[in-house]
Design a protein around this ligand. Structure first.
Ligand code: ADP
Length: 520
């Protein structure tokens, strides 16, 4: 057996490679703000900063049924929101895993799968729309969590795939039209009314539920991928307003628009992001080398694969697992097969002999009979990968909070964002009703600590995704990094309130479909 010390020393050395020092966080925030500005000014920048055409919200008095579908990274969800007309509503939903072969097939295969799911859902839950009124159309909000060049509230051309999808013939096409075509082939009374990024849905949903504020500033996803959207002043989105820009028509009355940052591709140029041999190995073997470099260090699709490369290096260099039994089809030897929940389980293992880690490694990595020393070494590396992800997650949050001036004393007392404010006022009750119906339990508490500890208005951020929700200590490491950014500091960090907007994308999409169907 390999001497324990050697294993631990090597694991510590690898963990050190994943360290993100405070000055690296600060430098990354500066670079993030620079790329935000570039993306707001010009088209086709590294960080796309996509205008979403979402500038207003429903009043809460509407009645009707709105559909939402969500093509995330892993699942396809269909839901309907029934508005009762008194700011309350109910939600029904279904969920199907996206078959792996559809992620790299052709666009017809994927979009006809989606249309079939919608058809099944409508037949089951809304057969009245078939039976009673053949003319009646259901308005659908399409949450599509990939970078698109959006030209109207329901028109968006796919720029590129992420998160393991690679359907070449869909690139450059209007994804709303691709879905509408398949819905029409099935003869469904459904109209794709709005194209919604999941981050925007999360932002809207958080705005509704956010207690005691004038609405959320930002929605952020840390799930299969990572991305965020925030409320920006129209006057700062100069690429939309300058003469000759080919952006479509939009409502300017609120003076604001939600911008989808596409921050997964932050620093593809690798000026400030940390880089280890394991990151490089992952990138080299990914479907999109050199792209989505921030996402590849932060989100659920990648953390397991980073761990796998680090463990293979341990195996090669210090004979990790030399006395263990490695299953023939072990995940350890299979690219992209280690789920990020594995890291969560190991990170959360507080048992003295790391029995949970041993079990997880046996069941999820295919390596049996590891020693306690080996489990310790693995846990050190897991911790370093997870902590780096959480600290990196603080970068966009700090950058958006700073660049929107929300921490300046003036904005604490200034008029609230009209967009977010009316959402918060009008739909708060409805959102509570939704939570109750969907989960049967009261809304989740916000992450401790932070938020209400100051008398200033909290800056509210809605988050969603399994990584931020389930990785033990994620919020703590994120907040620690926020405090390290001088302009945020302890005081600013306390004002930032981060809350889970679980499945907010569905609710948000339905509400944006409502807004869109009134506007058009
Ligand atoms: P999506 O982003 O596809 O809508 P999720 O938010 O559930 O869905 O994210 C799925 C991603 O989260 C996967 O990459 C998976 O590896 C990761 N994941 C699942 N469970 C956990 C967990 N308990 N802890 C951390 N990551 C998880």
């Amino acid at each position: 057996p390999v001497e324990g010390n050697k294993l631990i020393q090597k694991a510590e050395a690898i963990a050190k490679e994943f360290e993100l020092r405070p000055e690296q966080v600060r430098k990354a925030v500066v670079e993030f703000r620079r790329l935000m500005d570039l993306g707001l000014q010009k088209d086709k920048q590294a960080m796309t900063m996509i205008p979403t055409y979402v500038t207003s919200v429903p009043k809460g008095t509407e009645k009707g049924v709105y559909l939402a579908v969500d093509l995330g990274g892993t699942n396809f969800r269909v839901c309907s929101v029934t508005l009762e007309g008194n700011s309350s509503f109910t939600i029904q939903q279904s969920k199907a895993a996206i078959p792996k072969e559809l992620m790299t097939g052709d666009s017809t295969a994927l979009f006809s799968f989606m249309a079939a799911q919608v058809g099944e859902f409508v037949q089951t839950h809304h057969s009245e729309h078939f039976l009673e009124n053949k003319e009646h159309q259901l308005q659908l909000g399409f949450t599509f969590s990939f970078p698109v060049d959006q030209k109207a509230i329901n028109k968006g051309y796919l720029l590129r795939w992420t998160k393991g999808f690679d359907i070449k013939d869909a690139v450059g096409k209007d994804v709303c039209e691709l879905l509408q075509t398949q819905l029409d082939i099935l003869g469904l009374p459904v109209r794709v009314a709005a194209l919604v990024n999941d981050t925007v849905g999360t932002l809207m949903a958080r705005s509704y539920t956010s207690p005691g504020t004038h609405g959320a500033l930002m929605g952020a996803i840390f799930g299969t991928g990572t991305n965020g959207a925030y409320v920006e002043k129209l006057s700062k989105i100069t690429k939309m307003t300058e003469p000759g820009s080919d952006f479509g028509k939009y409502d300017t009355s609120t003076g604001e628009m939600v911008v989808n940052t596409e921050w997964g591709s932050f620093d593809n140029a690798m000026k400030v992001l940390p880089d280890t041999p394991y990151d490089r190995e992952l990138d080299k073997n990914s479907v999109n080398p050199g792209i989505q470099m921030f996402e590849k260090r932060v989100s659920g699709m990648f953390l397991g694969e980073i761990l796998r490369h680090a463990l293979l290096a341990m195996k090669r260099d210090v004979s990790l697992f030399s006395t263990a039994h490695i299953r023939e089809d072990a995940e350890l030897n299979t690219p992209w097969s280690i789920d990020t929940s594995v890291l969560s389980h190991i990170e959360g293992d507080e048992s003295p002999y790391l029995s949970k880690t041993k079990l997880t490694v046996s069941e999820q990595l295919g390596v049996q009979n590891i020693s306690t020393e080996e489990a310790r070494a693995i846990k050190l590396i897991v911790h370093a990968i997870g902590k780096r992800s959480a600290r990196l997650a603080a970068v966009p949050i700090a950058a958006v909070v700073l660049s929107t001036g929300k921490l300046s004393p003036k904005s604490a007392t200034s008029a609230p964002s009209s967009l977010a404010a009316s959402a918060a006022e009008n739909i708060k009750q409805g959102a509570k009703a939704i939570k109750a119906v969907v989960t049967g339990e009261p809304p989740k508490a916000d992450f401790p600590p932070g938020g209400s500890a100051t008398t200033e208005e909290p800056i509210d951020i809605g988050v969603d995704g399994s990584v931020v929700e389930f990785y033990p200590g994620f919020d703590g490491y994120l907040r620690e990094a926020l405090r390290e950014v001088e302009e945020v500091g302890t005081f600013g960090e306390k004002r930032i309130r981060i809350g889970i907007a679980k499945d907010g994308s569905g609710v948000g999409a339905a509400l944006i479909a409502l807004v869109a169907s009134k506007v058009l």
